[in-house]
Design a protein around this ligand. Structure first.
Ligand SMILES: [Zn+2]
Ligand SMILES: [Zn+2]
Length: 268
């Protein structure tokens, strides 16, 4: 069935505001870009979201970008000037070397992540995972990272939800880097870290409470070694950084050379 005919019969419904919208412009359809190409300003994220969101909700997506803190990745409200360390990173040495995120955890991205995690919209793993992949390619060079590690869920939570959202976001990455895309291998180590302690939800807790709540929640899997490895931790949302900081602490204690962080969304 021709795309235009199909869209006329079954107009897509915006995942966020539920409005029917005219079919997305086929020119907007995503054309795969090679990893490690500069996707800055290409509207790449918007193209990936076009089949799911109306134009109003697409405009509610805010991509992260400079000026930001080169360490923790927080984006400065003032949009002029260059990247510089934020006050928090000046006061406190972070465990991780660098954190980056795709977009602000607000508006459309917040709604999409909630639908993906809690409302059974598993198909969103593809566009969201691809957006995350391009954020990775934008900030990390080939060879910077040895292992990519999704933040694990506690087995009880995994059983309840049925999937680990961070792992689902990574699931298609190997094919993006295969064949003509340079053959760059990404080693995804989903079993490197284990969540060994059940923790209360972090929602509603402040930074200090989050830190103490998550302490001791992770350990290295039996028989795993991370000596001299560069590890990239992947999670769906960075709120205060307590979870990734605790994971980074475990990995560095076990001898990892460096720990970086990549999340789809960043709370502001
Ligand atoms: Zn909408
Ligand atoms: Zn910072």
């Amino acid at each position: 069935m021709a795309q235009s005919f199909k869209v006329a019969l079954f107009p897509p419904k915006c995942y966020v505001c539920k409005a029917f919208f005219k079919g997305f412009d086929s020119d907007l359809q995503y054309r795969r870009l090679p990893p490690h190409s500069d996707t800055k300003g290409s509207g790449f994220n918007e193209k990936l979201l076009a089949p799911y969101l109306c134009s109003v909700c697409i405009n509610n997506f805010v991509a992260m970008g400079s000026p930001l803190c080169p360490r923790c990745g927080v984006m400065f409200v003032g949009r002029s000037g260059g990247d510089h360390l934020c006050g928090d990173c000046i006061r406190r040495q972070k465990k991780f070397t660098r954190a980056r995120s795709t977009g602000i955890y607000d508006g459309s991205l917040l709604a999409l992540i909630h639908q993906f995690k809690y409302s059974g919209r598993s198909g969103l793993a593809r566009p969201l995972g691809e957006m995350l992949c391009h954020t990775y390619a934008r900030y990390w060079e080939v060879g910077d990272i040895d292992w990519i590690v999704p933040i694990p869920l506690h087995p009880r939570k995994l059983r309840r939800r049925g999937f680990n959202q961070s792992f689902q976001l990574l699931a298609k990455w190997p094919q993006y880097f295969s064949g003509k895309n340079g053959g760059h291998q990404v080693a995804i180590k989903a079993d490197l870290l284990r969540r060994v302690r059940w923790t209360a939800p972090q929602t509603g807790l402040g930074r200090r409470e989050r830190q103490s709540n998550i302490k001791g929640a992770f350990s290295l899997a039996d028989g795993a070694h991370v000596e001299n490895r560069s590890v990239l931790l992947v999670d769906d949302v960075y709120t205060t950084g307590a979870t990734v900081t605790e994971c980074a602490r475990v990995l560095l204690t076990e001898g990892a050379d460096r720990v970086d962080v990549l999340t789809l969304a960043r709370a502001i």
